[in-house]
Design a protein around this ligand. Structure first.
Ligand code: PGA
Length: 250
C-alpha cells in the first residue's frame, strides 16, 4: 500500500514563535498517524526551529524553494545542502507562485529538482494549468510539458508530484474530484512512460484550496495520493483534520 503524503505549505507565513505555537497544538493530535507521511514546509527563517520542535515525532520537514548551486556568490539564495543541514527531507520546487512572481520556467525548475535530488533530498514537484489554459482546452498540453521538462535526468526516488491547478490556489475554488482524478491519471501515464514500473512508487498529490471539508472527498479518488495544503494548514485544528482524512466511499 502506498503511503499518502500530506504536506503543509505555509508560504510566507509564520514567525518562529508562531510556528512553535502551531506545533505545540498540532503534534499531539497526529501522533497516532503511522500509515501516512506528514510534512511541514515553513518559511526559511523557521526551518531550524521547526526541525528541532518535530525531532522524534512522525512529522517531516520541507523547504519551499531552493537554488541549484551548492554554494558560492549568490546573494540571497539557499542551497539544497544548506536545507539538508537545517533538517529538511524535502523541497517544494516549481510552485506556481515561483513560476508566476519569480519567472521560474521549466528549465529553472528542472535545474532545481536535479540539484535537490543530487543533495539527497526529496522533491515535491508542482505542476498546474492556469484558468485561461484550462478554458482553452490546453490543460493536458501544459501538464505534459511541465512534467516532462521538469523531470529531464531526474530519478524516481523520493519524488512527489503535486498537481495544483493555478485557478484553485488560494481561491476557494477546489477542482472537482473528477477534474483532479482526470489529471492525476494523466500524470501517472506520463510517469509510466518516463520511469516504467518504478512510477508505481511516485505519489501524486493534489493542491488548491484543500480544506477540512473537502479532503475526504478528494482523498477517495484512486489516483490522489495526498494533498499539498496552503491556507488550511495554518491552523493546527484544520490541518490536523486534513491529516486525519477519511476516505469517502459513499
Ligand atoms: P491553498 O494553497 O491550499 O491555499 O490553495 C495550496 C498551495 O499553493 O500549495
Amino acid at each position: 500500500m502506498m503511503r499518502n503524503f500530506i504536506a503543509a505549505n505555509w508560504k510566507m507565513n509564520m514567525t518562529i514563535p508562531e510556528a512553535r505555537q502551531f506545533l505545540h497544538g498540532f503534534i499531539p493530535t497526529v501522533q497516532s498517524v503511522q500509515e501516512d507521511d506528514i510534512i511541514i514546509a515553513p518559511p526559511f527563517t523557521a526551518l531550524y526551529a521547526v526541525a528541532n520542535a518535530i525531532q522524534g515525532t512522525n512529522i517531516g520537514l520541507a523547504a519551499q524553494d531552493t537554488f541549484w548551486e551548492e554554494q558560492g556568490a549568490y546573494t540571497g539564495e539557499v542551497s539544497p545542502r544548506m536545507l539538508r543541514d537545517a533538517g529538511c527531507q524535502y523541497v517544494i520546487v516549481g510552485h506556481s507562485e515561483r513560476r508566476q512572481y519569480f519567472s521560474e520556467d521549466d528549465v529553472v525548475v528542472n535545474r532545481k529538482i536535479r540539484a535537490t535530488k543530487e543533495s539527497g533530498l526529496g522533491v515535491i514537484f508542482c505542476v498546474g494549468e492556469s484558468l485561461e489554459e484550462r478554458e482553452a482546452d490546453k490543460t493536458f498540453d501544459v501538464i505534459k510539458r511541465e512534467v516532462e521538462a521538469g523531470l529531464v535526468e531526474v530519478s524516481f526516488e523520493k519524488l512527489v508530484v503535486a498537481y495544483e491547478p493555478i485557478w484553485a490556489i488560494g481561491t476557494g475554488k477546489t477542482a472537482t474530484v473528477e477534474q483532479a482524478q482526470e489529471v492525476h491519471a494523466f500524470i501517472r501515464k506520463i510517469l509510466y512512460n518516463v520511469y516504467g514500473d518504478n512510477a508505481d512508487e511516485i505519489r501524486i498529490i493534489y493542491g488548491g484550496s484543500v480544506t477540512a471539508d473537502n479532503v475526504d472527498n478528494l482523498m477517495s479518488s484512486q489516483d490522489i495520493n495526498g494533498a499539498l495544503v496552503g491556507g488550511a494548514s495554518l491552523k493546527p485544528e484544520s490541518f490536523s483534520r486534513i491529516v486525519h482524512f477519511k476516505k469517502d466511499i459513499s
